[in-house]
Design a protein around this ligand. Structure first.
Ligand SMILES: [Zn+2]
Length: 121
């Protein structure tokens, strides 16, 4: 089920996110210098600005990637339990395997999945 969600391992995830963050920061730095905006960055030297930009870009890309992976995992769980009750709340991630009802005791979302793989209201 998780294989279907195409989730990278933690090392691969961080290597990809740092690489993308550094590339994005480099592109931003080139754009800043192309349009002559480097005077607005008066203060720290260029390397410090690049490190700060790369860190911010890496964190932003990582948060976007984690959100995408969460959506893929929830979709894989919904597809694997289509037509049945899911043991994990797809809204909040609460483990509902021990609960009896059809609604999440934590957030109240429905645990029933339609045959098309979508949560029922
Ligand atoms: Zn819930």
């Amino acid at each position: 089920m998780l294989r279907d969600a195409r989730c990278p391992g933690p090392i691969r995830l961080w290597v990809l996110n740092v690489a993308q963050g550094v590339v994005l920061a480099g592109v931003l730095m080139i754009l800043v210098h192309t349009f002559g905006l480097q005077d607005m960055l008066a203060g720290p030297p260029g390397v410090a600005v690049f490190v700060i930009a790369a860190t911010g870009c890496t964190i932003s890309i990582h948060l976007v990637t984690i959100g995408r992976i969460q959506r893929q995992i929830r979709q894989a769980i919904a597809e694997a339990t289509a037509g049945h009750r899911t043991p994990i709340c797809l809204s909040c991630g609460f483990d509902c395997a021990a609960s009896e009802g059809d609604y999440c005791p934590e957030c109240g979302a429905s645990l029933l999945i339609s045959t098309s793989g979508r949560p029922l209201p």
